[in-house]
Design a protein. Structure first.
Length: 141
């Protein structure tokens, strides 16, 4: 009898911590999602303002935000799946706006190199486990 009561108490305590932990994780996910949404809006605003005003600095900062997101970003007002910002193309346009400012051109080239390096080679790796179940994982070199 005592063992059953101890088990019930132990399971109650463990289930409480499991629920509390999942609530904390959900709160963290909501916070990171809100932060990503904010970065996406900031990136889109900086890029569109930079293109409109021919401001290479705004484009550079917008592309840096875009690179931090790690996902494609749709152009504002677009609903097509493939109509996303191309960071390399944006940096080339910014380089045209920079004119003879060699320091800015060097920053733009450096950012372009960072984008190419961060892209990497990503692929799905499929494998079977001991029981014959098919598993896969997404791997980036």
């Amino acid at each position: 009898m005592k063992r059953n009561i101890i088990k019930i108490i132990l399971l109650s305590v463990l289930s409480f911590f499991a629920v509390a932990g999942s609530a904390h994780a959900a709160k963290g996910d909501a916070r990171s999602q809100a932060e990503a949404t904010s970065k996406a809006k900031t990136a889109a605003g900086l890029i569109s303002a930079g293109l409109k005003n021919k401001d290479p600095y705004a484009i550079l900062v917008g592309v840096r935000y875009l690179n931090q997101l790690g996902t494609p970003l749709l152009k504002p007002g677009s609903t097509k799946k493939g109509d996303v910002y191309d960071p390399e193309n944006l940096l080339d346009q910014a380089k045209g706006f920079a004119g003879k400012n060699s320091h800015l051109v060097a920053l733009l080239e450096e950012e372009k190199d960072n984008i190419v390096k961060s892209r990497g080679n990503c692929y799905y790796s499929y494998y079977y486990d001991w029981y014959g179940n098919l598993w896969y994982e997404y791997i980036c070199d």
